[in-house]
Design a binder for this molecule. Structure first.
Ligand code: FAD
Length: 574
């Protein structure tokens, strides 16, 4: 089949390109990598290369014409094909050129005549729902927010915040254990588990109260109850029967843990993350099924307080999907701290012998092995929680258990939007907020689209991990790349802190130096990644990073020096 040659998208802000010159003409043979045409945008002039060998069969867009990104500008014929094999559509952008996930484009919510407020109902008061309520109210909408449980959702009550509060306790314990290094001899310590858990809960409830105050200040009507859809403009509260009619609805109901079909998974000592956060006593030992982000954070929390932890991960590495060098460093650090990790381990069954005595059987390298523990924690991911909503009643399209939305965060039903964990994909609090705010803006009549190119993700283990953009493996598949690394052992501030483990990795396109990904493992990685986020949003090159003057002594100098390794070499490594 003839291969389409399209106007590429070279950067976040590029929407169209001018064809300056065709370097090949119809009928010319081309080899993969030959320059087909030169394009020009507001920012760059770029040689577009042939994606594979062939013959340039047809040119659809002529020199000096400007066309949107994604437009088919010509066709390459494969060996044996004739020009009449091309059934060329008129030059128009391809649907898949859109930068974000897209469903069938739906019309926008009806705007109110000037002076009339848009009425918006939001289902779910988590990190998607509550910022959307505040944003929409700031933009003049009349907002009702329905929450069945606690404002702040998983993030403030059962996720980001409580786990980080407990990791802070783990950090204090580690600091005490290593205090000799700083000349302070610490003669042991006692852990008051109740105080640890109370502090965690106090941080959550202070934030949740803050959310309530913010919503009140913006006159958002908050209803406690379980909402479902009656029709495309009406929501009903199950507990009271109350019906709310509005101009638009935003669904932000989040997700729930995936429960694996493992024999014994419903046993009395098997916990999910909520159960761990509600524990009244620290177990002596825990087997954690799954080696993802949540598992690794809990492993360090529990292990730091003296609980024996074993992780069983099905994939060949912990943190599957993460840059391999980075996950290998964390693996080594966790094992050094006494956490047992088995990868390629398939859990077969969990046997509950008696209270606090459980045997987890798993397969590893063709052998059946067992791990014994007081408790079992199963954290193998989360999935959207759609059951109570009545989505079928209004015909909202779902795919792989998640609500489908277009780049405006609107579902296939006009006026109904969805955001956060409920739309699947990357499930992170800051992404939920970004998506929900995008929806809120569109609902009040603005025109916003989501872009998923620069979404940071962070892991709050010790050492911390943070990344944005493509991993090295992903980048190699799509571009000719260069990789610069800089270890924290070459950074003065890291030595001051006594935390020299880890490194920064910068991945850049070879031709123009544009940064495609940044990965950090080391102290304060989760704060430092914001520099890379901002830079990548502005299409920063490695050279620009290398030449930006960074303050001294700071950990951020390691990011600059990783950039310098791609731009003439760094200073503090041979
Ligand atoms: C242990 C753990 C740690 C995490 N750590 C991090 C982290 O460090 N950083 C990060 O970015 N992300 C983290 N996450 C993920 C993050 O919490 C979620 O991505 C985020 O909360 C999603 O926000 P949301 O608004 O889509 O959903 P949620 O926060 O789940 O909010 C949805 C809300 O809707 C309510 N609701 C559901 N159905 C209805 C209904 N029918 N009617 C009314 N209300 C309803 C729920 O009660 C809930 O309050 C973590 C998750 C877990 C489980």
């Amino acid at each position: 089949m003839p291969v389409e040659v399209v106007m590429p998208k070279l950067g976040l802000t590029m929407t169209e390109g001018l064809i300056v010159e065709w370097k090949k003409k119809e009928g010319d043979e081309v080899k993969k990598g030959d320059v087909l045409f030169v394009l020009e945008t507001e920012k760059v002039t770029y040689d577009v290369e042939a994606p594979q060998d062939g013959v340039l069969g047809k040119v659809l867009v002529q020199e000096q014409e400007t066309v949107p990104v994604g437009t088919v500008v010509g066709y390459l014929l494969m060996p044996g094909e004739k020009a009449d094999a091309i059934v060329a559509a008129p030059a128009a952008p391809r649907a898949d050129a859109a930068p974000a996930a897209s469903a069938a484009p739906a019309a926008r919510a009806p705007r109110k005549p000037a002076g009339e407020k848009v009425k918006l109902t939001i289902i779910g008061g988590g990190t998607g729902g509550y910022p959307a309520a505040i944003r929409a109210a700031r933009l003049g909408a009349e907002v009702t927010l329905i929450e069945k449980d606690l404002l702040g959702g998983v993030c403030l009550n059962w996720g980001c915040i409580p786990t980080k509060a407990l990791l802070q306790t783990a950090g204090v314990i580690k600091a005490m254990k290593s205090s000799d290094l700083f000349g302070i001899s610490c003669k042991g310590y006692d852990i008051n588990f109740k105080t640890v858990m109370d502090r965690k809960s106090a941080v959550s409830s202070q934030l949740t109260k803050g959310v309530k105050g913010l919503l009140g200040a913006k006159k958002v009507k908050v209803i406690k109850g379980t909402a479902s859809l009656v029709d495309k403009r009406t929501v009903q509260i199950a507990e009271t029967g109350e019906k709310i009619v509005s101009d638009a609805i935003l669904i932000a109901i989040g997700s729930k843990p995936i429960v694996l079909p493992i024999d014994g998974i419903d046993g009395p000592d098997v916990m999910d993350s909520n159960a761990v956060l509600s524990m009244e006593t620290l177990p002596k030992s825990v087997v954690i099924i799954g080696g993802g982000v949540i598992s690794c954070e809990f492993a360090q929390i529990l292990s730091s307080m003296g609980c024996g932890v074993t992780i069983l991960e099905l994939m060949p590495t912990i943190l599957p999907g993460m840059d391999k060098d980075i996950s290998a460093i964390l693996h080594k650090e966790m094992e050094a701290s006494g956490i047992k990790i088995f990868t390629d381990a398939k859990v077969k069954k969990i046997q509950h012998k008696k209270k606090g005595e459980n045997i987890v059987t798993y397969e590893l390298g063709g052998k059946e092995l067992t791990a014994h523990a007081e408790k079992v924690l199963a954290t193998v991911g989360r999935k959207p929680d759609l059951e109570a909503l009545n989505l079928d009643k209004v015909g909202i399209a779902c795919e792989k258990g998640a609500i489908v939305v277009n780049e405006h965060m609107e579902t296939n039903v006009e006026g109904i939007y969805a955001a956060g964990d409920v739309v699947g994909g990357i499930m992170l609090a800051h992404l939920a907020t970004a998506e929900a705010e995008c929806a809120a803006r569109n609902i009040v009549g603005q025109d916003w689209t989501m872009n998923y190119r620069v979404v940071p993700s962070c892991i709050y283990t010790d050492p911390e991990i943070a990344s944005v953009g493509l991993s090295e493996d992903e980048a190699r598949k799509v571009a000719d790349i260069q990789v610069g690394t800089f270890p924290f052992r070459g950074n003065g501030k890291a030595m001051v802190l006594g935390k020299t483990e880890g490194m920064v990795k910068v991945i850049a396109d070879k031709k123009y130096g544009e940064i495609l990904g940044v990965h950090i493992i080391g102290p304060h990685a989760t704060d430092m990644i914001a520099e890379a986020v901002l830079g990548m949003n502005l299409e920063m090159t490695a050279e620009e990073l290398a030449h930006a003057i960074h303050p001294h002594p700071t950990l951020t100098e390691a990011i600059m020096e990783a950039g310098q390794t791609l731009s003439g070499g760094c200073i503090h490594m041979p």
